[in-house]
Design a protein around this ligand. Structure first.
Ligand code: NAD
Length: 281
């Protein structure tokens, strides 16, 4: 098979969570640009609708759905609606997430937003785990359910699930929040087990582990605060934060047949951030 043909996802469909902004929007664009039909889902109904309409106006096949990934019934519904609209689901991005460490860069320098362990706010912990870890579990669970039904559809079976993890799953990066790090480390191991179990069904499961990308995460902290952006740029070995378009080729590799022998991988796209520690003040 020729190289570029393996990246073709025409005739397939993809569902993305957290698709109204940032990396999720980049994944949705990548899938649409490569020929897939896409459902953009988000807790932000207005944002998901706006981006789906924009992609449709550009000539792509796109629709939107509303779901809070921390709620299993809402995740199940967007998958069911996607299957009803597009006749199946081949690709799913379990992407929605947030960090709850807003303000992690102060004029004095980096700071662990959670403080010392004995004063952690339990509600921040529960909220982070509820979205960043439970939300991934809900999405992978429902993706597996609908993808198992792909057997024989158009001669294909299985599918591809891509989870957004973080370099914080690997390195002690407390400035993005300790509950967030714990959630992403959990995501990594859950991804590995899911890949192992679902391989028998032709379903591949991988994770993209980004370093610092310029998005709206942390209430768009780095977009609003040039000093924080500059400080992050200086922390990255390659010398700059990433822009979201830079994740698109990796997303397409993992989603398409180009990645047909890749499963259970936690792929770092971090400008070298895993190569050294970040020490908060
Ligand atoms: P973003 O804020 O730009 O986009 C996140 C999207 O998720 C938003 O549209 C938001 O409305 C949505 N969302 C938030 N909570 C949700 C919920 N409960 N249910 C459904 N949707 C919800 O941020 P981003 O940086 O694009 O983040 C996407 C993923 O990338 C997250 O999992 C994040 O942890 C991960 N990540 C980001 C970076 C980075 O530097 N930006 C680094 C590593 C990992």
């Amino acid at each position: 098979m020729k190289t570029l043909d393996q990246f073709d996802v025409k005739g397939r469909s993809a569902l993305v969570t957290g698709a109204a902004s940032g990396l999720g929007l980049a994944y949705a664009e990548a899938m649409a640009e490569a020929g897939a039909k896409v459902t953009l889902t988000d807790i932000d109904a207005e944002g998901a609708a706006r981006e789906a309409q924009r992609l449709s106006a550009e000539g792509y096949e796109a629709r939107f759905g509303v779901c809070d990934v921390s709620k299993l019934d809402q995740v199940a519904k967007v998958f069911d609606d996607h299957v009803a609209a597009y006749g199946g689901c081949d690709i799913a991005f379990a992407n929605a997430g947030l960090d709850v460490g807003n303000g992690f860069w102060t004029p004095e320098g980096a700071r662990n937003p959670d403080g010392q362990i004995d004063v952690y706010d339990p509600d921040r912990w529960y909220r982070s785990i509820g979205i960043n870890l439970n939300g991934v579990f809900h999405t992978v669970r429902e993706a597996a359910r609908v993808m198992k039904a792909n057997e024989g559809r158009g001669g294909r079976r299985g599918g591809s699930i891509v989870i957004t993890s973080s370099n914080a799953a690997e390195v002690n990066e407390a400035i993005v929040g300790v509950p967030y790090m714990a959630a992403k480390a959990g995501v990594k191991h859950f991804m590995r087990h899911s890949a192992y179990e679902l391989a028998a069904y032709g379903i591949r499961v991988n994770a993209i582990a980004p370093g610092p990308f310029v998005t709206n995460i942390g209430d768009g902290w780095v977009k609003k605060n040039p000093a924080a952006k500059k400080a992050w740029d200086e922390l990255v070995p390659v010398g700059r934060m990433a822009e979201t378009y830079q994740v698109k080729p990796l997303a397409l590799l993992l989603a398409s047949d180009a990645g047909s022998y890749i499963t259970g991988a936690h792929v770092m796209i971090d400008g070298g951030m895993q190569l050294g520690p970040i020490k908060p003040l």
